[in-house]
Design a protein. Structure first.
Length: 263
């Protein structure tokens, strides 16, 4: 049986790593992308060289209707509902409790929370209707170590990921036994926003193991959660212990302060 994984935001960074790991394990890939068509086609070609089927689907994920459109197009393209959806795409915008605006807050809430919930609902319906003879479909949400290590920065983004962490448990309860719902919780893997190379190199080592988080290891954890049929309602931290190092602000800003003091 061909197993398909739909990976949102699959063309770049962690999404690309996730697509690669699934293809290496013999799964076929639907690589969703928003703007990076060339990178998405590279992911598809790489997957095909590994002997699996692969295709790329473009589109925004700003609303529930966007999620429905993506799911329907994916099912039409592969001829069935996928075996796994990885909710990797996210909106990450800087704001604070003192200055957030409704438009930005709702944008992040829609992409980071509503879209994964709608895709889970649709996958559940698709597998229920298909009456698969064996196996259980799964959803893996990509969170952020910030959900276990709160600070006030990136206020709306953090709230949306906190809600998705709780929704992982609630959906696992509600959609069983047809679906398993789990989350992976990565630490800092890539530079973000205005972060400098110097800042990133210092921040990436600010964890218990004093080394950067390898995105490939995060992708392997995603695959484990997708493939292990005994795991549901669980969040797995793959962050070198970053969530156990409490900080008053986001690590990028802490490092910025340190660099200014040492300048």
């Amino acid at each position: 049986m061909t197993r398909w994984a739909l990976v949102t935001g699959g063309s770049r960074r962690l999404g690309r790593e996730i697509c690669t790991v699934f293809a290496q394990r013999g799964w076929s890939i639907v690589c969703h992308y928003r703007d990076s068509e060339a990178q998405a086609q590279e992911v598809v070609e790489q997957a095909r060289t590994l002997g699996v089927q692969a295709l790329a689907l473009q589109g925004p994920l700003d609303s529930g209707s966007d999620a429905e459109s993506l799911f329907q197009r994916a099912c039409a393209s592969i001829g069935e509902a996928p075996s796994c959806i990885v909710n990797n795409a996210s909106s990450f915008l800087p704001d604070a409790a003192t200055d957030f605006v409704a438009q930005s807050f709702l944008r992040q809430l829609q992409t980071n929370l509503l879209v994964p919930l709608v895709l889970g609902k649709l996958l559940h319906a698709g597998w229920s209707q298909a009456a698969h003879a064996s196996g259980v479909a799964s959803v893996v949400n990509v969170l952020d170590q910030k959900v276990y290590n709160l600070n006030p920065d990136y206020y709306s983004y953090t709230l949306s990921k906190l809600a998705l962490e709780r929704a992982t448990v609630q959906q696992a309860q509600a959609l069983a036994p047809t679906l398993r719902i789990n989350s992976v919780v990565p630490g800092l893997m890539y530079p973000s926003g205005p972060q400098s190379v110097e800042n990133f190199e210092l921040a990436a080592n600010a964890n218990l193991l004093r080394r950067p988080v390898d995105p490939a290891r995060v992708a392997e954890a995603v695959f484990f959660l997708a493939a292990n049929e005994c795991v549901t309602g669980t969040s797995v931290c793959v962050d070198n212990g970053q969530h156990l190092v409490p900080l008053p602000r986001d690590i990028m800003f802490v490092v910025d302060d340190l660099l200014r003091k040492n300048a």
